[in-house]
Design a protein around this ligand. Structure first.
Ligand SMILES: Nc1ncnc2c1ncn2[C@@H]1O[C@H](COP(=O)(O)OP(=O)(O)OP(=O)(O)O)[C@@H](O)[C@H]1O
Length: 695
């Protein structure tokens, strides 16, 4: 079957979702090839593709340095589906005009589609779609007509005669609920492609792949975390190579949850996986690594704090610096780099101790496709922006890969596919549905900071948030910043904001930064907190709407959380100095345990995809007028119950709709009782613009 020519080419403009498009198409039994946007047109003609999909990307067509496409692509006579940035390219090159929008759109929206358009055949006119963009369209190219709107904005256009379709939203992600139907319509109704690429068993494909890479005699040191990905990888390796050639190693890095080490050990033993547990807290705690000087997201690497690997490729033009020790570092990317490199360093120690020669031993990891995409690995996408460096894709790991020393059976799979594979391999449903827990563990669930993050835009953003929360009053007094809200929102949004002013939400900006993803780019920006009088219950739907409005109007805010405990009366301008110290980690471990215990005992574990519990260096309710005040010393805790099928996009669990309100309240109350906790918050942000994890 692999000899079949690809039917569809996906031209990748650096989208976080490039691989999702690929997967959506392959799910429909159509072979697709993922190529860079700059692929010469001759190559595309030669391959005789039947259709072209152009992905989204972090660029803007208004910026000359953004990825370019040969404009003749649109004259080939082939059906083209342009998604987000791909649509903007289509509009620009077909003679339309693209302009910068005042407000960004990042999140799930309601769109009204034209059901008579072949792309939307069989669909209801009202559709939930994921929009994520900052550019709009001022003039339609001639021959094009609008085929979908979000409020008063055109979000899809088509030149049906030439089979050119442009969507501002993303049909490839789950947040566009009928995306698969749109994709199916494009392939079969518009491009008339035959679904002749029935997938060979992925299991067999994986086994062959492993045998080919590892060869007949070499061994694999498989890094196993007890999560589904590494467990499935280990089972596949065992099946392909036999148990004697797979050495499973579980590393206790000191950032584990309460009781996790023993639970992992037990569950792996039940699978008859003979796992070696290595305790290396001190090594991680004091580890350093080298990173590129101006940016912490480098593509080549150097040695870790350990002295084993000397054979690294270092570009001579690249300036590098050695980090501080992990327990002294606050920058999230730097933490991830150190942890990733230390994993490899520990693996090398293990190899040495077991007498395994590096030439004859591969490093095995449960890396998935989304890990590589978010780390902007060139394996996954040539031009994706680094959202976060996954520890299993750090500099050192990349060097090992380039030396052909890593085997990762699942790099072409997504989480839900791995779960299905796990079930086929005999794992229990419970094991397959375990919530993902990141390898760096609690180390990235403690937001570290030495000082408050207060940029030049802090004061104005603080006021803007107040204007959004009390829009009616701001309108009455003709506040100078209301025009910013007016320009970035629709009539419907503003109507709702006016009505919502009665609910008396208070909004403040916190002097901390969290990681987000806005328009396919990484953002590292402010977080806002909402609060209200909780005499009655929390109006969650209104809080979610306000959160959406805040990130829509304030592009420097990528996350909004609701703070339990009544109105926040005092602004927060200081942080509790926080690094990865044993006491701080103990607090993070305890609050994580308390929150998850409630979720489990109330039988709600399966209602959420995962629930990061994050410690933030914020002590609320400190009166700035109190001259005797002591420096802040408490932390707050954010609950992040999250729903996601594809683990690339998702949304906050809605209390009352997805999870009983009593359970949310009980979690908040139980966590608030843990000594050292100032307030408990509930993250309201979808992904995008916030990532699942805060770092
Ligand atoms: N504590 C650990 N000990 C050994 N290896 C680990 C550990 N944590 C993570 N790894 C390795 O790093 C890979 C990626 O870890 P990550 O945290 O991203 O988890 P994941 O992709 O959800 O995988 P899993 O589902 O196996 O936890 C794992 O698949 C595993 O190979």
């Amino acid at each position: 079957m692999d000899d079949l020519p690809g039917r569809v080419v996906i031209l990748d403009a650096g989208s976080q979702y490039g691989k999702r498009i690929d997967r959506r198409i392959r799910e429909l039994n159509v072979k697709s090839d993922l190529l860079p946007l700059s692929t010469p047109i001759e190559e595309i003609k030669r391959a005789q593709y039947k259709a072209i999909v152009i992905s989204g990307g972090p660029g803007s067509v208004l910026n000359d340095s953004s990825p370019a496409i040969d404009p003749n692509i649109f004259k080939l006579g082939l059906p083209v589906l342009g998604i987000c940035y791909g649509k903007q390219l289509m509009v620009k090159h077909c003679g339309g005009i693209v302009t910068k929008k005042i407000g960004r759109e990042d999140g799930q929206c309601d769109a009204v589609v034209d059901p008579t358009c072949p792309l939307f055949g069989g669909l209801h006119p009202e559709q939930k779609v994921l929009l994520t963009h900052g550019d709009g369209m001022e003039v339609l190219p001639s021959g094009f007509s609008p085929i979908a709107h979000h409020e008063d904005t055109i979000v899809a256009v088509a030149n049906k005669e030439q089979k050119l379709y442009g969507l501002q939203f993303h049909p490839e992600v789950d947040l566009t609920e009928n995306g698969p139907t749109m994709m199916k319509n494009f392939l079969f109704a518009v491009a008339k492609i035959q679904p002749d690429y029935t997938m060979v068993s992925r299991l067999e494909h994986c086994l062959d792949h492993v045998r080919k890479i590892v060869g007949p005699t070499k061994k694999v040191l498989m890094l196993i975390s007890g999560g589904i990905d590494s467990t499935v990888s280990a089972l596949l390796l065992r099946k392909a190579l036999g148990p004697e050639r797979v050495i499973a190693v579980f590393i206790n890095n000191g950032f584990m949850r309460k009781n996790e080490v023993s639970e992992v050990e037990t569950s792996l033993k039940q699978l008859e996986l003979d796992v070696k547990v290595i305790h290396e807290f001190n090594k991680f705690y004091t580890a350093m690594t080298s990173v590129t000087d101006n940016t912490t997201a480098s593509r080549t690497g150097n040695s870790t704090g350990g002295d084993h690997v000397q054979d690294h490729l270092v570009l001579s033009s690249e300036r590098r610096r050695v980090t501080k020790m992990l327990c002294e570092v606050s920058e999230p990317e730097e933490k991830r780099h150190i942890i990733g490199d230390t994993f490899v360093d520990v693996a090398q120690d293990v190899m040495k101790n077991l007498g395994l020669s590096p030439e004859n031993t591969f490093l095995g990891q449960g890396t998935l496709r989304p890990d590589l995409i978010e780390s902007a690995s060139c394996i996954a996408s040539a031009s994706a922006d680094v959202i976060k460096t996954h520890h299993n894709d750090s500099d050192l790991v990349r060097q090992w890969r380039s030396l052909g020393r890593v085997v990762e059976p699942l790099t072409d799979f997504h989480k839900d596919e791995v779960r299905a594979l796990g079930r086929d391999l005999g794992l229990s449903a419970e094991y397959c549905m375990r919530h993902p827990f990141p390898g760096p563990g609690l180390a990235i669930r403690v937001l570290c900071a030495n000082e408050p993050y207060i940029g030049k835009d802090f004061a104005e953003t603080q006021v803007l948030i107040k204007v959004i929360c009390n829009y009616a009053k701001a309108k009455q007094t003709d506040h100078a910043l209301t025009h910013r809200v007016d320009k970035a929102t629709s009539d419907r949004d503003r109507e709702r904001l006016l009505a919502l002013s009665r609910e008396e939400f208070m909004g403040i900006l916190l002097p901390i930064r969290t990681v987000g993803v806005q328009g396919d780019c990484r953002s590292y920006s402010y977080c806002a907190a909402l609060s209200c009088n909780e005499d009655k219950s929390v109006p969650w739907e209104s809080a979610l709407f306000l959160a959406r409005m805040i990130t829509k109007v304030c592009h420097n805010v990528n996350r909004v959380a609701f703070a339990f405990g009544g109105p926040i009366l005092h602004p927060v301008s200081e942080v509790t100095p926080t690094l990865l110290t044993p006491l701080v980690l103990a607090l993070a471990r305890e609050v994580d345990y308390v929150a998850h215990s409630v979720l489990k005992t109330r039988n709600c574990y399966d209602l959420v995809s995962q629930m990061p519990v994050v410690l933030i260096p914020v002590q609320f309710d400190r009166d700035p007028m109190n001259s005797n005040k002591m420096p802040p010393c408490a932390h707050s805790v954010v609950l992040r119950p999250f729903l996601s099928k594809d683990f690339m996009t998702g949304r906050a669990v809605v209390p009352g709709a997805d999870l009983p309100v009593e359970v949310v309240d009980e979690m908040a109350k139980s966590v608030a009782r843990v000594p050292g906790v100032s307030r408990v918050l509930y993250d309201l942000t979808p992904k995008p613009p916030g990532t699942t994890e805060w770092e």
